[in-house]
Design a protein around this ligand. Structure first.
Ligand SMILES: *[C@@H]1O[C@H](CO)[C@@H](O)[C@H](O)[C@H]1NC(C)=O
Length: 215
């Protein structure tokens, strides 16, 4: 039995039975926005000019051990085995008290068998993590969105992501929920960089590497 694993086909059913009418309308209009369901990689954009910034620029979101990290888009000898996130937006199922949670971010967490989880921000540590609904629901599960140009990824309308170097060369993703540079949770000894996470659409097989915007 695969309880707790989300599958793409299961999601509309879940939202369909648990939403009220007006919420359902909203959900439908979002759902009909097929662009929300287009899978994307999350790639780092890092503006700064320091060595650390250059190290981070262009890294890609990968998942392991229920936590979100940044690695090279093409795994290198130094890469720790991880799953490369392919994410898309889906309305997060409201709580039993009908509190709406807005758009959630779902990602693949395994290819074979295909499995999906929610990406969320740990309310205590501000680490970006992934897990099933049970694991995620008490945390900040969104609302996730994109910037006006549909490129930057946001949580609660903020592009407040930060990379923290947890070990030499190992960068984890945090969300600066309070806009204070992670002051409450941050370990002074660790390097912290402001980053943006940008959507980079996963091209259908066969279009990879064709280039030139052939969509
Ligand atoms: C969610 O994941 C946790 C940890 O892996 C697991 O113990 C739990 O059974 C899962 N919940 C559901 C509803 O599958």
């Amino acid at each position: 039995m695969v309880i707790g694993l989300l599958t793409i086909s299961a999601i509309p059913t879940v939202t369909g039975v648990s939403l009220g009418v007006s919420e359902q309308k909203k959900a439908n209009s979002r759902a009909s926005d097929a662009k929300r369901l287009e899978k994307f990689y999350l790639d780092v954009f890092c503006d700064a000019t320091s060595e650390k910034a250059k190290e981070l620029q262009g890294r890609r979101v990968v998942l392991r051990d229920n936590k979100v990290f940044l690695d090279s888009p093409t795994p290198t000898a130094r890469s720790i085995p991880s799953h490369t996130a392919q994410a898309f937006y889906v309305t997060y199922p409201p709580d039993d008290d009908k509190r709406e949670r807005g758009l959630g971010l779902v990602s693949t967490i395994a290819v074979d068998p295909p499995m999906l989880n929610w990406i969320y921000v740990d309310k205590d540590t501000l680490e970006v993590k992934y897990g099933n609904r049970t694991q995620s629901r008490e945390h900040l599960v969104g609302p996730w969105d994109w910037t006006e140009d549909e490129t930057g990824v946001t949580v609660a309308d903020l592009e407040g992501f930060m990379a923290v170097e947890e070990e030499e060369g190992v960068w984890a993703v945090y969300f600066d929920r309070f806009g204070d540079g992670l002051q409450k949770v941050r370990d002074e000894g660790k390097e912290v960089m402001e980053i943006s996470l940008e959507r980079n659409l996963v091209k259908p097989p066969g279009e990879e590497g064709r280039g030139g915007g052939g969509r």
